[in-house]
Design a binder for this molecule. Structure first.
Ligand code: F6R
Length: 366
């Protein structure tokens, strides 16, 4: 069942090149310059006339929502709010019939997310579901939707669901950016081409696995870890920290790199591993100066960098390389080493990787 892998989580991490390909297959038509998604085409007016998009989700799916906020605003110029479903539903939120609500859920059964979309529908919002499980409650309750085609995700820690959610949301953002004229034809085409290359690049990123295991051995006994990223990679920092917490039970926090000086920098000493996502295109120089600040306080630095990086490599204790891509697509690559790192640390600590304590695969109670 585990296809020769020791755990479902590892199998699912390795399935990502194919899962992403399965998710864009038939939708991403690079030569034609078309993104084909019936759920969007059939409701294009709702999207194009929307005052804003409200994304509701929980956990890892919420992190995918945060990534999409950058893409929707940056490329399609549509205002986006990303909400924890549990907060949204009880906040007496302002929702109108000009809002589009996107609900993201791997299982399609998360109680809070389901309740949030029921509330949004009562207020006349148009609800679009991004689910992995076909025929699930959220998929059925939504007005329209697009499935991720990740295949069954068994490991409790979400991996391929996350990258395929980002894939679907990227397709939607690009499609809307084209439809509302906020992206140039050449930039649109460039994103399409680069998205098609992502599965091969994920494969490449997976090749660092042995090196990541060595890094994991060095930090497995840490009591706390910090994850930093900026822009598109800020949500990846949150997701990296969540993955470590949930399967290795090590306390970890994700932060936007620039927020460090507003508090978390006080935590940094020689005991503190800091995982810094510092890819070439996303505010690179600024992240490098954050890395210098960590080094000055003797923190241990593990950089997630673009292939061929020099500046972070010179400062960091370790670097893990990922292939170069467009900034908007970089979360699909930078996530990979952080998943592997959490996996290896949890295995080294002899934790139950696929079924961590206190957690359930689908949270059907609030
Ligand atoms: C993290 C994880 C959870 C889920 C969350 C939402 O690895 O598995 O945080 O992401 O419970 O679940 P779905 O996406 O099924 O709504």
């Amino acid at each position: 069942v585990k296809g020769g892998y020791d755990h479902f989580m590892l199998k699912e991490i390795y399935e990502q090149p194919n899962a992403i390909k399965d998710t864009y297959r038939g939708r991403l038509l690079v030569k034609e310059g078309i993104i084909r998604m019936a759920g969007i085409d059939d409701n294009l007016d709702r999207f194009l006339n929307a005052n804003r998009i409200i994304v509701v989700a929980c956990g890892t799916s919420w992190h995918a929502g945060l990534v999409s906020e950058y893409i929707f605003e940056d490329l399609a110029r549509i205002p986006v709010e990303v909400e924890y479903a549990s907060e949204f539903r009880y906040r007496n939120p302002v929702i109108t019939n000009k809002d589009v609500v996107i609900a993201i859920s791997q299982s399609g059964e998360t109680a809070d997310t389901l309740a949030a979309i029921k509330l949004a529908k009562q207020h006349g919002a148009f609800v679009f579901g991004v689910c992995n499980v076909v025929g699930s409650s959220i998929a059925r309750e939504a007005d329209a939707g697009a499935y991720t085609h990740a295949g069954p995700e068994i490991g409790v820690a979400s991996t391929k669901a996350f990258t395929t959610q980002i894939t679907v949301l990227t397709l939607i953002a690009l499609k809307l950016a084209k439809a509302n004229g906020n992206i140039s034809t050449s930039n649109y085409q460039y994103h399409l081409q680069e998205l098609e290359l992502i599965p091969e690049k994920v494969k490449k990123a997976l090749e660092s696995d042995k090196h990541i295991l060595e890094v994991a051995k060095m930090y497995k006994d840490a009591k706390n870890c910090l994850y930093l990223g900026r822009g598109y990679n800020f949500p990846v920092a949150l997701e990296g920290a969540l993955k470590l917490k949930e399967i290795s039970y090590i306390h970890a926090e994700g932060y936007p790199a620039a927020e460090m000086k507003h508090g978390p920098i006080a935590l940094i000493d020689e005991q503190m591993p800091v995982f810094v996502i510092a890819t070439k295109k996303g505010h690179y120089e600024k992240v490098v100066s954050n890395v210098q600040e960590i080094k000055a306080r003797k923190g241990k630095i593990i950089g997630i960098v673009t292939e061929g990086d020099v500046d972070v490599k010179n400062l960091a204790d370790h670097v893990i390389e990922v292939p170069d891509t467009l900034e908007a697509l970089s979360p699909l690559l930078t996530t990979i080493p952080l998943q592997l790192l959490s996996y290896h640390i949890a295995v080294l600590l002899d934790k139950n990787v696929d079924q961590p304590r206190n957690l359930a695969k689908s949270v059907t109670v609030e």
